[in-house]
Design a protein around this ligand. Structure first.
Ligand code: PHE
Length: 326
């Protein structure tokens, strides 16, 4: 029995199995216990001999099991230490780090520049009334300029705004005739254009509006030049070209000069049309104002030399990774 037990315990490989051995040989129903139980059947002479032999085996086996147990514990610890060992000389894996999307970065830059010039941020709804998107901006139903804004109509009077200019009217109404008004409004706008490298049915605009006593074209010029220099670098040249918008008079298109690409159009602007002021509750005899509107995608594309607007919406990591330092 002793030899059998010792052999069996010798090959045990883990602590659970060892516990099994303990039960098998020394437990209440174990083999050795059974022998000791059966002692009653033995003769008087045999009993002490078998008894002491059994006890000897018991303490021997207890010893063997204890030693084996320590051995196994040590082995286990060794294994764990091995598996948890860190080779500090291995090259590290660089973790993926997120970056600000170029559109967000540019929007924030533009916001910061105008906030620095005393502007506040205003907002308006993307689902807009025809009244605000067109009518109060001097674009009556028959106005031919409506053709320039291919719109997503929801009902005959409700549409997805085609520009951020309705926020001009909403802001003026909310201000109830008080001045000064100095706001910019970033937001999404929608037009029924076919998507291609320069068009998207949804894009971002930033509107600007200043209304006060004595606001002049000169102030519009100065404000925009100041913005452009901060955005595209000190000394960037700007020019105004006459243009037409129903809600401004006069209206201009603003270009900047890039030595490699020449004159680039970046935004539309003008003096707020007296009729727009009047309809919004401002006396055009007392107050004047200017407004401008720019496409954030266009500014982003010009600034970072991106040639396809769709790159800004695809979330392609190979593209986005290039802006990690922006
Ligand atoms: N709302 C015009 C557009 O979307 C831009 C603009 C805004 C022009 C304000 C003049 C003044 O094209």
């Amino acid at each position: 029995l002793r030899e059998e037990a010792v052999a069996e315990i010798g090959v045990v490989e883990d602590l659970t199995a060892l516990q099994g051995m303990k039960v098998k040989y020394l437990g209440k129903k174990g083999e050795l216990t059974t022998i000791l139980r059966g002692m009653g059947k033995l003769s008087k002479e045999e009993r002490p001999i078998i008894g002491s032999l059994a006890n000897e085996i018991r303490s021997y086996l207890e010893n063997v099991i204890a030693t084996k147990g320590e051995e196994l514990e040590e082995q286990q610890l060794e294994k764990r230490l091995q598996s948890e060992k860190i080779d500090v000389t291995l090259p590290s894996v660089e973790p993926m780090v997120g970056a600000t999307h170029p559109m967000i970065a540019v929007t924030q830059q533009i916001e910061d520049i105008f906030i620095g010039m005393g502007f506040e941020i205003a907002e308006g709804p993307e689902v807009e009334l025809d009244l605000y998107n067109f009518e109060l901006l001097n674009l009556t139903k028959e106005h031919p300029a409506r053709d320039m804004h291919d719109s997503f109509y929801i009902t005959s009077e409700i549409l997805l705004r085609t520009h951020t200019s309705p926020v001009q009217v909403r802001t003026l109404q909310a201000k109830e005739g008080k001045v000064p008004v100095r706001i910019i409004c970033p937001g999404k706008v929608y037009r029924r254009d076919d998507d291609d490298s320069t068009h998207s049915h949804q894009f971002m605009q930033i509107e600007g509006l200043v209304v006060d006593r004595g606001v002049s074209m000169g102030e519009l010029n100065g404000t925009l030049l100041s913005f452009i220099e901060k955005m595209f670098g000190e000394g960037t040249e700007m020019r105004l070209r006459p243009s037409y918008f129903p809600f401004t008079e006069p209206s201009v298109e603003v270009d900047i000069y890039d030595p490699e690409r020449g004159w680039l159009e970046i935004l539309g602007a003008g003096m707020v049309h007296p009729r727009v002021l009047e309809k919004a509750g401002y006396d055009p005899e007392r107050y004047t104002g200017f407004a401008f509107g720019m496409g954030v995608e266009r500014i982003t594309m010009l600034k970072y030399n991106i040639d396809d607007i769709r790159q800004l919406y695809l979330n392609d990591l190979r593209f986005l990774k290039q802006f990690q330092s922006v």
